[in-house]
Design a protein around this ligand. Structure first.
Ligand SMILES: Cc1cc2nc3c(=O)[nH]c(=O)nc-3n(C[C@H](O)[C@H](O)[C@H](O)COP(=O)(O)OP(=O)(O)OC[C@H]3O[C@@H](n4cnc5c(N)ncnc54)[C@H](O)[C@@H]3O)c2cc1C
Length: 464
């Protein structure tokens, strides 16, 4: 008979790990052991909701964010609860619903919901291990997870929520977007080079301005696409019938026409993009790998500029940077960044040119976007043992929709799940809050079923 309790080990304690933990605590009705492994002290925050500038805003309206599956207004109600003085003002609730709040506040909400949910389950043994998981192997019928410290964790279920990996500050190349630069150095800087032109670039540039940077910004990007704004008021998502084509060029053309027609009829194009969101995983999975690769090569920057949008006010400030000549957009790719004392040298290849040129800047930030880290030793150990395999684009792992990880031979590895950005190559639309929460809930449902069957087997063994 089993001596230790049914154990779920969540690796990674950012937003996704917290969503997975909350989902398991909600779905698994019998007592169990829940272990979270996370090296940073900021459980619940991860790369998106923690160490950034306190004034960086969410890119999603308050009403559309929640870490609780099936409770879409939960963040709104939480935020309202923080502000309301007992007068229960409907006007304040309505105003908050449309607001874009600071990302750090969302991190606070995630942490609070995690610890509240834990507190409600006195029958669950909850442990947080401040460490990094280095390897995972099957031993008998359980998983053994090795850490960067002496102990190991033995678990029945492993949920990978490691997304963008462990935050590291590189001593070479450009600075990471979340690296803090002292205000005095920013105020002295005459120039900043920003590699990438999306939401991360916007965060870094506007944060630098707030912290005293008055020089010129050079934004370098292959396609030169800047993020588009949200519609002035929240829009009602509108579904359009796209052709059943398996070609991304046909789908993109049909989508463009649908957006233009919507605009002509007085509906913002954003409504069409939002309406497409629930079908995106189906559309992506309906494409052959070479068509997906074509999308990644040619269309991704255009798609992301329209899909991941800025609050209007932030967009206005970004636009003013360019129209008032404080920022310049340069089309090209950065081949190499070297540090020269406190300064940076960027080797650049402009679009449609074979020549390289060198650009000097006082500061340089890599804003080319956060990518799932498949090179870390934990993930490498899963590949080496055939427990997981990378998707054809090496964006993440091959998974089922509920996060079940597929091993070598095309079979699911029982009890191993990956949630959130690690699933991007297989599911594409899985990096934002609503999709992560929905997937965490589906995974927890499967985990609950596994725990029930385990409990049933134990009861049968005990009565035999
Ligand atoms: C800057 C930014 C802003 C965003 N803003 C929004 C927004 O406004 N709205 C929205 O819907 N979505 C937003 N997103 C998208 C979405 O919320 C993120 O994709 C989400 O935060 C991903 O969280 P995560 O926990 O999967 O990843 P991460 O935040 O990367 O967390 C992973 C965690 O795992 C830990 N870890 C990694 N490897 C190991 C290991 N081997 N052992 C132990 N721990 C490990 C890391 O320390 C880290 O804490 C944003 C994303 C980013 C990057």
């Amino acid at each position: 008979m089993r001596k230790s309790p049914f154990t779920v080990c969540v690796v990674g304690g950012g937003f996704t790990g917290s969503a997975a933990a909350i989902a398991c605590l909600t779905r698994i009705k019998t007592p169990f052991r829940l272990v979270m492994i996370e090296p940073s002290s900021a459980l619940g925050r991860g790369v998106a909701y923690g160490s950034h500038h306190p004034l960086n805003l969410l890119n999603v309206r308050t009403r559309n964010l929640s870490i609780r599956a099936g409770q879409p207004g939960d963040f709104l109600n939480w935020a309202f609860g923080q502000l309301d003085q007992g007068e229960n003002q409907a006007g304040l609730h309505e105003a908050l619903a449309h607001t874009f709040l600071p990302r750090q506040l969302f991190g606070e909400y995630v942490r609070q919901r995690l610890f509240e949910t834990v507190a409600r389950r006195a029958d669950v043994e909850f442990t947080v291990i401040a460490g990094t998981a280095l390897a995972c192997a099957i031993e008998g019928d359980r998983y053994r997870i090795a850490l960067d410290r002496a102990e190991t964790v033995v678990a029945d279920i492993v949920v990978l929520a490691t997304a963008y990996g462990v935050v590291r500050f590189a001593g070479t190349g450009a600075l990471a977007p979340f690296e803090m630069v002292p205000g005095e150095r920013l105020a002295r800087a005459g120039s900043i080079a920003l590699i990438g032109s999306g939401l991360t670039m916007t965060d870094v540039l506007l944060s630098a301005r707030r912290d005293g940077f008055q020089g010129k910004a050079l934004v370098i990007s292959r396609r030169g696409q800047l993020p588009r704004p949200h519609a002035p008021k929240g829009v009602v998502p509108q579904q359009v019938g796209l052709p059943r084509s398996k070609r991304v060029s046909m789908l993109a053309a049909a989508l463009r026409i649908a957006c233009e027609m919507a605009e002509e009829n007085g509906t913002p194009w954003q409504a069409i993009i939002n309406g497409l969101r629930p079908s995106l995983q189906d559309i992506w999975q309906g494409l052959a790998a070479d068509e997906q690769a074509r999308f990644l090569r040619h269309l991704r920057p255009f798609w992301e500029a329209h899909r991941h949008r800025l609050p209007m006010e932030v967009h206005g400030r970004l636009r003013a940077e360019f129209s008032e000549g404080r920022a310049h957009l340069l089309r090209g790719s950065v081949v190499e960044v070297t540090r020269d004392g406190e300064r940076f040298k960027l080797k650049l290849k402009r679009r449609a040119s074979e020549e390289h040129e060198i650009i000097d800047a006082d500061l340089a930030f890599d804003c080319s976007g956060f990518k799932p880290d498949l090179d870390q030793s934990l993930i490498a150990s899963l590949f080496a043992r055939g427990l997981a395999r990378p998707d054809p684009h090496r964006l993440g792992l091959v998974v089922r929709r509920n996060g079940e990880v597929m091993g070598e031979g095309g079979r699911p590895t029982e009890g191993l799940f990956a949630i959130g950005p690690l699933c991007q190559g297989t599911l594409w639309e899985i990096t934002a809050v609503p999709e992560i929460v929905a997937q965490a809930d589906q995974a927890a449902e499967s985990v609950a079923a596994l725990s029930e069957s385990e409990a049933g087997a134990e009861r049968r063994a005990a009565s035999a």
